[in-house]
Design a protein around this ligand. Structure first.
Ligand code: HEM
Ligand SMILES: *[C@@H]1O[C@H](CO)[C@@H](O)[C@H](O)[C@H]1NC(C)=O
Ligand SMILES: *[C@@H]1O[C@H](CO)[C@@H](O)[C@H](O)[C@H]1NC(C)=O
Ligand SMILES: CC(=O)N[C@H]1CO[C@H](CO)[C@@H](O)[C@@H]1O
Length: 353
């Protein structure tokens, strides 16, 4: 009995703490938003949208925490090349998923986005775009792993076609130095603060050996902790398909320990480590290591900014209604080939009716 009451009171205390923490970590971003987006876009057409996305993300993360990192990276790979239009979700011979940088987008996270689309279209009809679902699910993945809550403006529509290889090629590479990273970001109207804060998404998730082999023998790299380098070298020699967590301190928690890693020369990619070594970024990276609130605040701002890159709104683009992997025109011309799962076909037909 006493153990019951003490455990229930500690549960209550934990709940209060959690509430306090989640309130403390909420960031309000009050900047002007892109034309056609709104903070209340689905209030009348699909009021359950945010709750539904949150519930599905929580369920998925209960099974596999790694899906959080998967979502966050998909969002970046969607927005950066040609804007947040869910083009990265499209399958087919011109799919962005066939391009090298995304060799490693997690299929479980891609599937989750489409599962959420199916649930929302059952509840509201084909009102919610795959790009808004990707944006909301990413925000919820950040919150669920311990990061800041922030509102995202909604009303994005889905693009008709994948980004070209040239555009996908504008995604920054892990072997870029800081000036090249800054240029790549600047080309997409993202500044140095965006670079330093958004790179902090590498506080969760993993990388494959091919993404950091440039830092291992026979190459020379004196910016990496020698013991860490030795461990990575052994791991990758053993299995070239091996993965390494991006944040060695707290691999599944969205916190500022990534910046501690950089201080300890344990950033996984050259692009990570550079942030602590280059004069243009070192001060801010150090500040984020000392002040998690400052990191969360800038991260939320930069995410809201990135979420509005070249968005399609109004009557541009479409709401993909058969499947997030298939534009509606292609779905209409050859439905049989493009259906991935039978329940999605039912859903698409219901949406048409
Ligand atoms: C600054 C330039 C960036 C570079 C060079 C970069 C590069 C990479 C690379 C090479 C991987 C590992 C791929 C693999 O080997 O499996 C990765 C993973 C990841 N990236 Fe980035 N990235 C950058 C920025 C970002 C941004 C802006 C975000 C999101 C806001 C992000 C989120 C992630 C996440 C969450 C993972 C882990 C994915 C997983 O575990 O499935 N990255 N990144
Ligand atoms: C930035 O854009 C310019 C002009 O399009 C291009 O030549 C350059 O390669 C881009 N830089 C990076 C790092 O993407
Ligand atoms: C690595 O993955 C590739 C492609 O999936 C596979 O062909 C290869 O056998 C794997 N190598 C090892 C050592 O597991
Ligand atoms: C998730 C996904 O579709 N990944 C694709 C990335 O690209 C490779 C080819 O380079 C495909 O085989 C994967 O299916």
């Amino acid at each position: 009995m006493s153990s019951f009451s003490s455990s229930s009171s500690s549960t209550a205390a934990a709940a209060v703490l959690l509430l306090a923490v989640s309130l403390a970590a909420a960031v309000t971003v009050n900047e002007p938003i892109a034309d056609g987006l709104s903070w209340s876009f689905y209030d009348s057409s699909c009021p359950s949208v945010e709750g539904t996305v949150r519930w599905h993300v929580a369920e998925a993360l209960r099974r596999d925490m790694g899906i959080a990192a998967g979502l966050i990276r998909i969002f970046f790979h969607d927005c950066f090349p040609q804007g947040c239009d869910a083009s990265v979700l499209l399958s087919g011979s011109k799919s962005e998923q066939l391009e090298i940088p995304n060799q490693t987008l997690r299929p479980e996270a891609l599937k989750l986005i489409d599962d959420i689309r199916a649930a929302l279209h059952r509840a509201c009809g084909p009102k919610v775009s795959c790009s808004d679902i990707t944006t909301l699910a990413t925000r919820d993945a950040v919150v669920a792993t311990g990061g800041p809550y922030f509102d995202v403006p909604l009303g994005r529509r889905d693009g008709f076609s994948p980004a070209s290889s040239d555009l996908v090629g504008t995604l920054p590479a892990p072997f870029f130095d800081v000036p090249t990273l800054m240029e790549a970001f600047k080309n997409r109207s993202l500044d140095t603060a965006d670079l330093v804060a958004l790179s902090g998404a590498h506080t969760v998730g993993r990388g494959h050996c091919a993404s950091f082999s440039d830092r291992l023998p026979p190459n020379v790299d004196d910016t990496i902790d020698p013991a860490f380098r030795e461990k990575l070298t052994a791991k990758c020699a053993n299995d070239p398909n091996a993965t390494q967590v991006l944040d060695v301190r707290t691999p599944n928690a969205f916190d500022n320990k990534y910046y501690f890693d950089l201080i300890a020369k344990q950033g996984l990619f050259k692009s990570d480590q550079g942030l602590m070594d280059h004069p243009a970024t070192k001060r801010m990276a150090t500040r984020f290591s000392l002040n998690q609130g400052a990191f969360f605040d800038q991260f939320a701002r930069s995410m809201v900014k990135m979420s509005q890159m070249d968005v399609l709104t109004g009557n541009k683009g479409e709401i993909r209604h058969l499947n997030c992997a298939v534009p509606n025109a292609a779905a209409a011309s050859s439905p049989g080939v493009l259906v991935l799962r039978t329940d999605q076909q039912d859903d698409g037909l219901a949406a048409d009716a």
